[in-house]
Write a protein of this length. Structure first.
Length: 635
């Protein structure tokens, strides 16, 4: 579609501008040696070879072993021998899948083509580490095969059992075949491969997001057993913090899903670190107005909440959260930085430490030290500042440092592409956040019991949301990397697989909430009235889980395409033109209470899934990749 071009060009414009500034900076350096000049010219020529695929490209957002570069990798410090071996494995696997290289094992005619095809489709080169990095480097000198080369030729050393065709399966042959295949558009993928990739990359993310979501939920668990008023207050404070702070950070940081992933996919890993710096400065600047709003939380909430004590406790909670806001912002930006490199397990490892620590702090401060209500936000703030420090240590000493080019003065300029993508992303995330969190605010007018029940319902649906949302993040990065690598058909296949997974996850959530509706609320509160009200409403919450999963994955695909503004427009229409009027009309006008308040978002999610799904279905993936390839080649 022609409408795909403007937002795609935003990301490409940012990459191009940063590259131009980098080249200008190099040209102004009078002390560089002649050898450095030659290397720089060589790299620039690689990026400007039109009609051929000559730039390094990470296609897969998964672990290092599933990365794909083009074979013409510039000799710079960002590509290690291990990465070179891993990318060669994945390239080899894709070439075999597309029948451009012989299969891994020689087959006799009696084995049949059908079984061979199944074997190739189910293989994932990312999971195979068949050779050492040293072998890969030395094998590059193997001569290219000719028509006189024997298919069963063995080297003087006896042959490599992992490479049954020797020179036909050598790194040099793979390099040549891969470049030709990509340039000719012969590289495709299978749904089996994409399903494996999505499962492998989203698995750690699901655990990551569940652990991160457990930070505020731990407070609700802990405070909920103090009393009904405290449970309502912590829910109201969490809602306010989400709308005015956390959703803002998450929404703005979604621009890195496009900028970092496409910079990484187009072979400019040093720009990933540059984009991270820009986002950090931007989010910390935004923290100033957020802190002011939280500081006056009690006064603001008193204007709209009928219960003075509830407003006072909620405002107190917000004041303490100010101390953790900069850390939360840094962690949100840092997550995108490592995810763009395919390091989806990094934040999982960090939260495996941070989440239990948060639970422990809640228990110790609230119950052991008897600080009561105030102990919960203190625990959250401490944890939010520890998380980015742990992530920094991981990047510095474990993995991910290769995309950090050091602090750069360019991070203080060229903000416009980031903001152009960040603002639609903010609208897209904030529209959905506010639509659901307004339910919490509205339920405060129905009484303490409905407000407490809303706190439980919001936490439950928030937990179930942590399954499709991480999958959408994995799909978003995968699609953005594929588009950055000029592979249109695989990107479209990845999007289809993500949607099928969304259906499966949605059905799973429906069954889970329906079957456990009388057991789940007991985990949050011992109050019998609250438990009964939650049990009555859970079937409705279960009913829209399918739409929720579909809408979430559609948003992820749009982020991968760089079309965040579509999700923003659709969200605004569905939630605020349709959803909230229905909620208020049925909840207060028709007297349905909390049941009526939840009916509006349920309908809105169905509208979001339908409209965004239709837009994605009509998207021209080939044109999107052609535009990206033309701009990258011109640079």
């Amino acid at each position: 579609m022609d409408s795909l071009t403007p937002s795609r060009s935003i990301a490409e414009e940012a990459i191009a501008r940063d590259e131009e500034e980098a080249v200008s900076s190099e040209e102004e350096d009078e002390d560089r040696s002649s050898s450095s000049e030659s290397e720089s010219d060589h790299t620039l020529r690689q990026y400007s070879m039109i009609n051929s695929y000559r730039r390094p490209s990470y296609v897969n957002p998964g672990a290092r072993s599933t990365s794909i570069f083009s074979s013409s990798v510039p000799e710079h410090g960002w590509v290690t021998k291990k990465e070179r071996a891993a990318m060669r494995d994945e390239e080899r696997s894709l070439l075999r899948d597309n029948h451009l290289l012989p299969p891994k094992h020689p087959r006799r005619g009696s084995e049949g083509a059908a079984s061979a095809g199944i074997g190739k489709k189910l293989s994932l080169g990312a999971l195979r580490k068949t050779r050492s990095a040293t072998d890969e480097e030395s094998a590059l000198s193997t001569p290219t095969p000719t028509e006189h080369t024997s298919l069963l030729h063995r080297s003087s050393s006896g042959g490599d059992p992992h490479f049954p065709y020797d020179v036909l399966d050598s790194p040099k042959t793979i390099q040549k075949t891969w470049d030709e295949a990509v340039a000719a558009g012969k590289i495709t993928t299978t749904w089996q491969r994409e399903a494996k990739v999505l499962l492998k990359t989203s698995g750690p993310l699901v655990l990551t997001f569940l652990l991160q979501y457990s930070l505020p939920v731990a407070s609700i668990f802990t405070v909920g057993h103090i009393g009904k008023t405290e449970l309502g207050a912590v829910s109201l404070a969490s809602m306010t913090a989400s709308i005015t702070g956390y959703a803002v950070y998450q929404g703005l940081a979604t621009s890195l899903d496009t900028l970092c992933a496409q910079a990484y996919g187009s072979g400019r890993p040093h720009l990933v670190g540059l984009q991270l710096q820009r986002m950090l400065y931007f989010l910390w600047l935004i923290t100033i107005p957020i802190a002011i709003i939280w500081a006056f939380g009690t006064s603001l909430l008193s204007l709209i909440v009928p219960e003075p004590e509830t407003a006072r406790l909620a405002g107190l909670y917000l004041k303490v959260l100010i101390a953790g806001a900069p850390g939360y912002a840094a962690f949100e930006a840092g997550k995108r930085y490592v995810q763009a490199q395919g390091l989806f397990s990094a934040t999982m490892y960090i939260l495996l430490i941070g989440a239990p620590l948060n639970v422990l702090l809640n228990y110790v401060l609230v119950w052991q030290l008897r600080w009561g209500f105030i102990g919960a936000p203190i625990a959250v703030s401490v944890t939010e500042n520890i998380l980015p420090l742990l992530l920094f240590l991981y990047v510095r000493f474990v993995d991910g440092y290769q995309c950090w080019g050091g602090f750069d003065r360019r991070a203080l300029s060229n903000w416009s592409p980031m903001i152009k993508l960040a603002l639609p992303g903010l609208v897209m995330v904030l529209a959905e956040f506010m639509a659901f969190e307004v339910l919490t605010l509205s339920s405060s007018w129905l009484g303490e019991t409905p407000l407490a029940a809303q706190s439980v319902l919001g936490s439950i649906t928030g937990i179930t949301f942590q399954i499709p949302f991480p999958m959408s993040v994995a799909a978003s990065t995968r699609i953005a990397n594929l588009i950055g690598a000029t592979l249109a058909v695989p990107a479209q296949t990845a999007a289809k697989v993500a949607m099928y997974f969304a259906v499966v996850v949605g059905i799973f959530n429906v069954v889970l909430l329906s079957s456990l509706r009388y057991y789940i609320p007991r985990l949050f509160t011992p109050d019998a009235e609250v438990i009964e009200l939650v049990a009555k409403l859970l079937p409705l919450c279960a009913g829209f889980q399918l739409f929720d999963a579909l809408a979430c994955n559609c948003n992820g695909i749009l982020r991968g395409l760089g079309r965040q503004e579509i999700g923003g427009y659709v969200g605004l229409f569905a939630y605020y033109v349709v959803g909230l009027p229905i909620s208020f009309g049925t909840g207060f006008g028709a007297g349905w209470g909390l049941y009526g308040l939840w009916s509006g978002p349920a309908i809105a999610l169905g509208i979001v899934a339908a409209i965004e799904g239709l837009f994605i279905y009509r998207t021209s993936w080939e044109r999107a990749v052609e535009e990206a390839h033309r701009r990258n080649a011109a640079n």
